[in-house]
Each structure stands twice: as structure tokens, then as C-alpha cells.
Design a protein around this ligand. Structure first.
Ligand SMILES: Cc1ncc(COP(=O)(O)O)c(C=O)c1O
Length: 474
């Protein structure tokens, strides 16, 4: 077994390919995969710590951890807490990748596209544990008595600050109620509305089924209102006393409520005395435009703003909140409504105060953004290339190896030859440069002359690697 503790870049050559050939973490994953396939990184060898490799490559550590995560998911490497990331020894059962949920929690498909959960593998367990320890260590005697149905004052204060800063809300701790989840908050509001004589509520169509169920269970009639490219329509049925809406991130369409619609909804609430129930669902995540602030900030007397940690940390924590118009606050705190356990509330307060929540959000945004971009690119590519024009599988990508000299044709496709100006990576001239690997860019005639020594042209499929060279799809 070899331990490559050293700078991998100098001890094992990594061919990251040309700059324009995809995101760096993907190019790095590809290069490491290649090094493993060619046994330049032998089974059992230790990959460098992400911090060191990131410094070597002059990139962020995230690039390296994401590349390692891809390789772990594909079974090339395995990461064990405390002993680093190693190339997997064939025949061993791959350890469950650190960031992969247990089989029972996984969907049966290759990619779980189900909505509703954040990446639970990324739950910041160590930082949450630190927050719980700090909360337990600073508990006062009063904290151990019967909890305030409004939620703990310390959490309401720090959360109000966060919502003001991050969501543009007008959040007064006095009218911020801590509950178990956004669903719990919607239930409390709907029951309060019903007690106050409201009969019907408008909901988005299509929309989130749980909101309808909860409102229906509170005795309210449901009035579906269509959603279009601008979000929910603002011409609400005349008999509704409230509307449940997701202005920042409509579910499931993902659209943002347009500025005229936001204004029209607020106008409706002011004219009729109706209540806007703003489910601030997934508002912190926005990849295709600037995040929008909460409608509540523009009309705190007419809007109840709801949120929870379910989509950012975990729904298992059971922590949510409602910032309500003053007229509704006490109704939301009536029994049997109860705040989550005080220790959990104080842990969340410590988590927010320490900046861990912001840090976790920043990391999540990057992570989800990269995944989304991958998915969009893959879907775009598969939609744009009709099957009849797809290059035959044997000329898509070659990697050829000879015992002394490594030669590789990367991503040489029939269509790329035809264009005559594609970027390519080649190692044919490697030995003359005293290296195993050599990268260059060139055009079709250059490729032809450089490849001639180890490849032969096939009339219909393009270049094939000559006999004597091992060839495997890259
Ligand atoms: C649209 C929408 N809003 C709100 C929620 C709230 O989740 P929770 O009740 O766990 O806070 C969900 C959960 O999936 C959702 O899909």
C-alpha cells in the first residue's frame, strides 16, 4: 500500500484538461478517475487532504471535496472519518460514502429527484452539537421552568434579527412565535382564522398539498387560484378571508411572484382586511436570479410570514416560526399550541448567533448550485443531440496506454473533427517533453499528424487506437 501524503500534483501527474472543458471540480474528478484507472494511483493509496490539494491547485477546498465526493459516490474511493480518502481496493465492499444516506432512506431510482428534503448528508452535526453544548451550559434556572408558548425570548430576538437582515422582514420579537414547522404555523393561523369567522382560504394551483390539508382540517373551504409565469394570480375569489402564497419560490413551479402581483396582493389585503399567509418556502435558495425579499416587509400588518429550518438544516429538528400582524399574535399562542423544547430553541439561537447558520447556507447554495448546473447541462445536452447524430460509442472518447509511453485522446468525437477547431488534450508528445502527460490545444490537421503514430483513421468512425495500445473508454 502506498501513502501519497505528498503533493499529489507533483507526485502523480493530473491532467485537468483545458480550461473551458467544464467546471474545475468535474475536471479534477475526471483526472483522478483516470489516474486510478491507469493505476498511477494504486488501490489503497491515500489521496491528499483536500486542503493541501486545493492549495496545490490554487482552487477552493470545495472544488476538491466535491471531486472526492463524486469519486466516492461512483465507488472509486472511500472516505473514512479520521483516516482520509483512499482509493478503494477492488473486491472490498465499498464503505457507505460519508455523505450518503442509509439504503433505507434512499429512493430506488439512480437519482432521487423527490422534492421536500435538503441534503441531509450535509447536516452540520459537529456545529449543531457545539450549539447544543453551549445552550445546555448556559441554561438558567428560569429556562428549566414551563416554557413560554411564544417561544424563548433569546431565540425570538436573534431570529428577528436574522429575518430582518436576510429576508427583509419587519420582524419584531414580540410578534414572532416559535412553532414546530411551517405546517404547524399554517395550522395555527387557519384555526385562528376559522375562530374569527373566516370561511375560505385561497391556495395556489398547483400548490403544496399539505397546506390544503391543514387548512381543510381547520374547517376552511379551499379555493384554488391558478399559478402562471408571474406566480399566483391576484384576482382572488370574493369569499376568501386569507390567501396562502409562496412569493419567493412557488412550489412546485419555482416561479417568483412578480412585483405587480405582490403589489396587487397587498392591495387586496388592505382593501378587504384579508390576511396574506406568506410561506417563505426555500426562499434562501435561488440560482437563476437574485433572491427576493419577503412580502411581509412591505406590509407587516397584513402578512403572516412563515418559515422553518426544515429545508436548510433538517425537518427532524421541528423548529419553525411565524411573524404575525399584531392583531393575530395572541391567537397563535393559544393552547394547545406549544413551542418546541427549550433546549432545542436555545441551541438554534446559539447556532444563529455563532454564524453557523449563515455558513451552512452559503455552503448549501454552492453545493445545490453545482448540482443544478450539472443537471441543467446534462438535460440540455441530451435534448439537443438527437440519437441519430450521436457519435458511435467507440469513437466518443479514447484512452490509450502503452507500457512506456502514455497516449490519450480525450473527447475526440467525429463531430469535433469535423469542426476542425475543437480543444483537445493529447499526450503524444509527452516523452519529448520529459513528462508522462502533455496537454495542448490544436486544430484538426495538427491532431491528424500527432495522432498518426499511434492511431489509425477509420473511414466511418474516425480515429481508432492502433493495435498494441490498450484502449478503454475514458
Ligand atoms: C411548499 C412547502 N412549504 C413549506 C414546507 C414546510 O415544511 P415544514 O412544515 O417542515 O416546515 C414544505 C415542506 O416540504 C413545502 O414543500
Amino acid at each position: 500500500m502506498h501513502d501519497y501524503q505528498s503533493n499529489l500534483d507533483s507526485s502523480v501527474p493530473l491532467d485537468l484538461g483545458p480550461d473551458g472543458s467544464g467546471p474545475l471540480y468535474e475536471r479534477l474528478a475526471r483526472a483522478l478517475r483516470e489516474a486510478i484507472r491507469c493505476s498511477r494511483l494504486p488501490a489503497g493509496s491515500l489521496l491528499p487532504p483536500s486542503r493541501i490539494l486545493a492549495a496545490d491547485l490554487g482552487c477552493s477546498r470545495w472544488v476538491v471535496t466535491e471531486a472526492y465526493a463524486q469519486l466516492a459516490t461512483a465507488g472509486y474511493v472511500e472516505a473514512r472519518t479520521g483516516s482520509g480518502t483512499r482509493v478503494r481496493v477492488p473486491g472490498t465492499t465499498p464503505a457507505r460514502p460519508r455523505d450518503q444516506p442509509p439504503a433505507s432512506a434512499r429512493a430506488t431510482g439512480r437519482i432521487d429527484m423527490a422534492p421536500g428534503l435538503p441534503d441531509l448528508r450535509a447536516f452540520p452535526a459537529a456545529r449543531w452539537a457545539a450549539a447544543v453544548r453551549s445552550a445546555a451550559a448556559t441554561l438558567s434556572i428560569a429556562d428549566l421552568g414551563y416554557p413560554d408558548p411564544a417561544g424563548h425570548q433569546a431565540l425570538r430576538e436573534v431570529l428577528a434579527e436574522y429575518l430582518t437582515r436576510a429576508r427583509g422582514a419587519q420582524a419584531d420579537p414580540g410578534h414572532l412565535t416559535i412553532c414546530a414547522s411551517a405546517t404547524d404555523g399554517i395550522g395555527r393561523i387557519c384555526r385562528a382564522l376559522r375562530r374569527a369567522g373566516c370561511r375560505a382560504v385561497a391556495v395556489e394551483d398547483p400548490g403544496w398539498h399539505r397546506a390544503r390539508e391543514v387548512a381543510g382540517a381547520a374547517g376552511l373551504a379551499i379555493r384554488p387560484v391558478p399559478v402562471d409565469d408571474h406566480g399566483m394570480r391576484a384576482d382572488l375569489p370574493s369569499d376568501v378571508g386569507a390567501v396562502i402564497v409562496r412569493p419567493a419560490h412557488q412550489f412546485p413551479a419555482g416561479v417568483v411572484l412578480s412585483a405587480p402581483r405582490r403589489a396587487a396582493l397587498l392591495d387586496w389585503a388592505r382593501r378587504t382586511g384579508g390576511l396574506i399567509i406568506e410561506d417563505d418556502y426555500d426562499a434562501e435558495y435561488r440560482y437563476d436570479r437574485r433572491p427576493v425579499t419577503a412580502v411581509q416587509g412591505a406590509g407587516p400588518s397584513h402578512v403572516a410570514l412563515l418559515g422553518s429550518v426544515s429545508k436548510i438544516l433538517s425537518p427532524a429538528l421541528r423548529i419553525g416560526w411565524v411573524v404575525s400582524p399584531p392583531a393575530w399574535t395572541s391567537a397563535l399562542r393559544e393552547p394547545p399550541a406549544a413551542a418546541p423544547p427549550v433546549l432545542d430553541q436555545l441551541a438554534f439561537a446559539a447556532f444563529l448567533r455563532s454564524g453557523s447558520y449563515d455558513r451552512h447556507l452559503r455552503a448549501g447554495r454552492k453545493r445545490y448550485r453545482a448540482r443544478r448546473d450539472n443537471l441543467v447541462a446534462a438535460l440540455t445536452a441530451s435534448i439537443r443531440r438527437p440519437p441519430s447524430q450521436a457519435p458511435p460509442p467507440d469513437c466518443t472518447c479514447y484512452s490509450a496506454q502503452a507500457p512506456k509511453r502514455t497516449a490519450r485522446l480525450s473527447a475526440v468525437t467525429r463531430s469535433s473533427w469535423a469542426s476542425g477547431s475543437r480543444t483537445w488534450t493529447d499526450t503524444a508528445a509527452a516523452s519529448s517533453h520529459g513528462k508522462d502527460w502533455y496537454s495542448a490545444t490544436g486544430t484538426w490537421p495538427t491532431i491528424r499528424s500527432m495522432k498518426a503514430s499511434h492511431c489509425s483513421r477509420q473511414p466511418s468512425t474516425g480515429y481508432r487506437v492502433r493495435a498494441g495500445y490498450r484502449c478503454a473508454p475514458a
